[in-house]
Design a protein around this ligand. Structure first.
Ligand code: ADE
Length: 322
């Protein structure tokens, strides 16, 4: 497995071939290796700028995090989670890839894949809602990326259309792993039989405060303060609903009332909602995470009939949005 050390404290950057041999060595990239351009996005702890590598002219999205702000707000843990998670998820077309990290006196820099199509939410808002074909295609790509994360022991915990970006081919790239939960990597765990694909976790994950976004948060996180892999599949159900309906299933004037609706499973389908999609959503928006469809069951659900799962999904031309 090719891997790359993106440690900000290391002085050299190495590249490996498939056998693990060092094939290239160069000085670690730094701020001076890039020409910074326009702002692509802004978060509470970061700004994302367009940047061009001076040597290769390749464009990236560089996430710049302000150290003082991170320390003051006690977010160091989340900054490291994001980096560790991205380093574990490299080499999937549906996940924003981390190429380099470095820092200067004031900031941390994460050099990421650029997703020039912006957020899936923006596209959705522009056209109102997706038809069944577009929802099937984007749903399948999102699910394939979730499968990759889960297979590598990552629970995203904040899946929503704002965190699904689109590249120049209008293929998805999932971003924002700052609130992800890292489980022991099943591929490197000492005892593979202890790997629990249902995502049942240790007590270290309990008694944790709310992370995520109100409209997509799973009921188990609200009632037990515990997220598992199935919590990402609840959010996936909310996203499928939203693509077709044009609005998330649970929405109220404030967070508290949104939470009330979620734990009461208070939602309904607009007229004309496709029956196969309705059946899928109803099997995902299930209060008990153990009774929710598993990833494998979702892939085999009739809503995804005709989808060829795996790498072919990423070579396919995106359907025209309508
Ligand atoms: N905004 C936030 N992250 C981005 C990315 N990777 N590409 C484009 N815009 C972004």
């Amino acid at each position: 497995e090719a891997r790359k050390d993106n440690g900000a404290t290391l002085g050299a950057h190495e590249e490996y071939d498939a056998s693990g041999a060092v094939v290239a060595k160069q000085a670690k990239k730094g701020v001076r290796d890039f020409v910074f351009g326009r702002t692509l996005g802004e978060g509470s702890y970061s700004t994302v700028l367009l940047a061009t590598d001076r040597q290769t002219l390749k464009e990236y999205a560089v996430k710049i995090l302000d150290k003082k702000h991170i320390i003051k707000e006690k977010k160091i843990k989340y900054v490291n989670i994001e980096k560790d998670t991205l380093n574990r998820l490299i080499e999937h077309p549906g996940i924003v890839r981390l190429y380099y990290t470095f820092q200067d006196a004031s900031s941390l820099y994460y050099v990421l894949d650029i997703a020039s199509g912006g957020e899936l939410l923006g596209v959705l808002k522009k056209i109102g809602s997706f038809d069944e074909e577009c929802t099937r295609f984007y749903g399948a790509q999102i699910l394939d990326a979730i499968e990759h994360m889960h297979n590598r022991g990552v629970i995203h915990r904040d899946l929503k259309p704002e965190n699904v970006l689109l590249d120049d081919q209008m293929h998805i790239k999932i971003t924002d792993f700052g609130t992800a939960k890292l489980l022991p990597d099943p591929r490197t765990a000492r005892d593979p039989s202890s790997y629990d694909p249902a995502g049942g976790e240790e007590e270290s994950t309990r008694a944790r405060s709310f992370v995520g976004t109100a409209e997509y948060v799973s009921p188990e996180l609200l009632t037990d303060k515990n997220a598992c892999k199935a919590s990402d599949l609840w959010a996936f159900g909310c996203i499928i609903y939203q693509l077709l309906a044009g609005r998330p299933p649970f929405k109220a004037v404030n967070e508290y009332q949104t939470f009330q609706k979620i734990v009461g499973l208070e939602y309904d389908f607009p007229p004309g909602f496709p029956p196969a999609a309705r059946d899928l959503v109803e099997r995902l928006l299930v209060l008990d995470p153990q009774r929710r469809l598993t990833l494998e069951h979702i892939k085999n659900h009739e809503f995804f009939d005709g989808i060829i799962w795996g790498r072919g999904l990423w070579r396919q031309k995106a359907p025209r949005l309508k």
